[in-house]
Design a protein around this ligand. Structure first.
Ligand SMILES: Cc1cc2nc3c(=O)[nH]c(=O)nc-3n(C[C@H](O)[C@H](O)[C@H](O)COP(=O)(O)OP(=O)(O)OC[C@H]3O[C@@H](n4cnc5c(N)ncnc54)[C@H](O)[C@@H]3O)c2cc1C
Length: 297
């Protein structure tokens, strides 16, 4: 009996086991998925939580319900992978050998990587909708917001779904308009890119859409730190952007076990061949979804 181990039961891990279970004879192949969180979050829905268009039930489902029969779900945190020995080490001390491995543990916001972000103001005047809890905290903050400077901010590239902060900005513009308070809100979009978006044609079009809605654009902004006490963003070239409410996309990084296992780049994204999704050094180690260091947007 051979064993396929899939690390991460998010979008990529769930899809790959649903595709592979019918193709791999259960008499020959055992399939095991490891994830530390029993809840599957529909992350695109996080955009709609702050405005109340979606509620918790729209974005949460038990992971076990999304896996086909014949796939074992192990609820555990991955500590490291020994790719030479084909063994996964879990943080409860147990190990899981494999014949084939798929790493699908995604990429995740790391507020602690930016000076000043992860302090007492996080969840108060500094928010992110890139996590479930963050999106719900932001919903409360938007309910309390009576007007002032709302800044939508990207720390650095790459991050998952690069269009999401723009979508948030346009949704916020429409939401304040609907509440009859748009004239009391100064909206600014702060990005390390030279324009509104990564691709030139889309960037020009989206830049026009921002201008038409009187949304300020602060481009080429490389964030050095957040001065949460003074409520200003500070860039390496010493520009400052003041805010009353900050909605930020923190630095995105892959899981820590990737670094511990010597498999990642400096943001813990796993090295992978873009044609085969195989790790360049191991012919039984595949990487799918956001965990890979591919330029997927
Ligand atoms: C606000 C927002 C809006 C988005 N909008 C869109 C959109 O419109 N269209 C689109 O295509 N994409 C969108 N995305 C991106 C999309 O959600 C991701 O690209 C997708 O979820 C990636 O799937 P994944 O399986 O690679 O990672 P994930 O779905 O993040 O799954 C990773 C899994 O690994 C588990 N894990 C991580 N580390 C460990 C560990 N050490 N031990 C055990 N388990 C671990 C996690 O618990 C998680 O279940 C959006 C994302 C956000 C945040």
């Amino acid at each position: 009996m051979k064993r396929l181990v899939v690390l991460g039961a998010g979008t990529a891990g769930t899809m790959v086991v649903n595709k592979l279970r019918p193709r791999l004879d259960p008499a020959d192949w055992e399939i095991v998925v490891v994830d530390e969180d029993p809840v599957h979050y529909y992350q695109p829905g996080f955009l709609f939580l702050p405005f109340g268009d979606y509620g918790p039930a729209d974005v949460k489902k038990p992971k076990a319900r999304l896996l086909p029969a014949g796939v074992d779900l192990v609820e555990a945190t991955i500590d490291s992978v020994d790719p030479a020995g084909s063994v996964v080490h879990l943080s409860d001390g147990t190990t899981l050998g494999y014949d084939q491995l798929v790493i699908a543990t995604g990429t995740h916001p790391r507020p602690e990587e930016t000076e000043g972000m992860d302090g007492p103001e996080f969840g108060e005047t500094v928010h992110t909708f890139y996590t479930y809890d963050g999106a719900l905290r932001l919903r409360e903050a938007l309910r309390r917001f009576e007007g002032g400077r709302l800044v939508v901010h990207i720390v650095d590239m790459p991050f998952k779904c690069p269009v999401a902060p723009l979508e948030f900005t346009f949704l916020a513009d429409a939401w304040f308009e609907e509440l009859g308070m748009r004239d009391r809100v100064e909206l600014t979009y702060v990005t390390p890119l030279e324009g509104a978006f990564t691709k030139p044609v889309a960037s020009a079009h989206l830049g026009t859409m921002l201008a038409e809605r009187e949304i300020g654009l602060e481009a080429d902004f490389y964030t050095e730190r957040i001065d949460a006490e003074r409520r200003v963003l500070v860039s390496y070239d010493e520009r400052e952007v003041p805010y009353d409410l900050l909605v930020t996309v923190p630095l995105n990084m892959g899981a820590d076990f990737v670094a511990k296992s010597g498999l990642g780049d400096d943001l813990n994204h796993v090295l992978v061949d873009r044609e085969t999704f195989l790790h360049p050094d191991y012919d039984n180690l595949f990487v799918l979804g956001d965990a890979a260091n591919l330029p997927t947007s």
